[in-house]
Design a protein around this ligand. Structure first.
Ligand SMILES: *Cc1c(COP(=O)(O)O)cnc(C)c1O
Length: 380
């Protein structure tokens, strides 16, 4: 069986360094907010050229805390995509706000800026774009809308660690995006960005972990307070916060893995490129993802255009190819959001068509070929 993700080689290669980093934490014993937490915060802030990086317990907590630190509260509306992992919308609801679901682009998987515009009401407080599968959203247009309506932008970067934005312009003339944003890392463009270090994410820890990045001093101070029970000074709690710190051991592991990230993301891109080339002859059967500059291919996701997607998944399974459906139910159709209506035909369509194929950095060529051959046999 070829799994959808296999990190065993990466861990084997880094094992001595990982063992040493973990042993160091056991030796000094500062398991909560030890020096390694500050170290990874500084490393990421410097690499992504952002003023503040704040380690927290998970990507979900990073979203919740970033939203609250940016002032989101009961009665607010936050516009987001329904084509995402539940945690995106859940974080909005946990703040007491209401998720409002905009549709995705016709030719991609990210939120459509025009649909954001249509969903703005006097209650709208923020926009939460999700850089799904590792591809940056159209941040130029999204920031233009946010500036026009004075909205906060909290980026869900759980799937886009290391991804960069190089313009909106695959469907327009190039003048829509703000030039100064070109080349920025996702998460550093809006008011705040939230990363996840869940083990399967592009930068994965060996447990839960997350991080908030922001250039805004006030959001940073608020987030630092919220992650330690709402106290700026210990035992002087000012608001209801969370117990949401990044474990020292996880931070130490992340510091070992971080220097290899760019190469790993490049490796994912190369696999995607090879798949796209191989599947070009099936262009009436599958829609392959765009090889957008800066894309980090957290997932390699295609649309099955003519056959039943679930049947294709079953046939791939019989050929020992692991696949996943991200996501089988869009957020607006989840039982928890029974009361929310959303007119999002493009999301509903994508939900029926998508299937994600195996991809990871340094995926052996023979395994790539097995995936390619199986897909060609089933859809050719
Ligand atoms: C993984 C993920 C999250 C949540 O991250 P956790 O670290 O698992 O809490 C949020 N949003 C998206 C899009 C994700 O993929």
């Amino acid at each position: 069986m070829i799994p959808i993700l296999d990190l065993s080689d990466e861990i084997k290669k880094l094992r001595p360094e990982l063992d040493a980093a973990i042993a160091k934490v056991l030796d000094h014993g500062r398991f909560i907010m030890g020096p390694e937490v500050k170290e990874i915060e500084e490393t990421i802030a410097k690499a992504f050229q952002v003023k503040h990086a704040i380690g927290v317990n998970s990507g979900t907590d990073a979203l919740v805390i970033a939203l609250r630190a940016a002032g989101t509260q009961e009665g607010d509306e936050v516009i987001t995509t329904p084509f995402t992992f539940f945690a995106t919308a859940e974080s909005i609801s946990i703040c007491g706000a209401m998720p409002v679901f905009a549709d995705i682009l016709p030719d991609g998987y990210n939120i459509d800026p025009e649909s954001i515009r249509k969903n703005i009401t006097p209650k709208t407080k923020a926009i939460m774009p999700v850089h799904l599968y590792g591809e940056s959203c159209m941040m130029g247009k999204i920031m233009d809308i946010a500036n026009e309506y004075n909205l906060k932008v909290i980026e869900d970067c759980a799937q886009s660690f290391g991804a960069r934005y190089f313009g909106d312009c695959r469907s327009c003339d190039g003048n829509c995006s703000q030039e100064k944003l070109q080349g920025s890392f996702t998460g550093t463009i809006g008011d705040a960005g939230a990363y996840s270090f869940f083990p399967s994410k592009n930068l994965g820890a060996f447990g839960d972990g997350g991080m908030i990045v922001t250039n805004d001093d006030e959001i940073a101070a608020e987030a630092r307070m919220l992650r330690v029970h709402g106290a700026k000074k210990k035992y002087h709690n000012e608001v209801l916060g969370y117990n949401s710190r990044l474990d020292t051991i996880q931070a130490a592991i992340l510091s070992v893995k971080f220097p290899h990230l760019e190469k790993a993301n490049q490796g994912r891109f190369e696999v995607a490129q090879r798949y796209n080339e191989a599947f070009a002859e099936l262009k009436n059967e599958i829609l392959t993802p765009r090889l957008t500059k800066g894309h980090v291919f957290h997932q390699y996701t295609v649309r099955i255009l003519n056959k039943d997607r679930n049947e294709v998944q079953q046939l791939l399974k019989e050929k020992e190819i692991g696949t996943m459906i991200y996501y089988p139910i869009p957020c607006h159709k989840l039982p928890v959001y029974d009361s929310i209506q959303a007119e999002v035909p493009k999301t509903d369509m994508a939900t029926k068509q998508v299937i994600s194929l195996p991809i990871w950095p340094n995926m052996p060529i023979e395994k790539q070929n097995k995936v390619i051959d199986a897909v060609k046999e089933i859809l050719g």
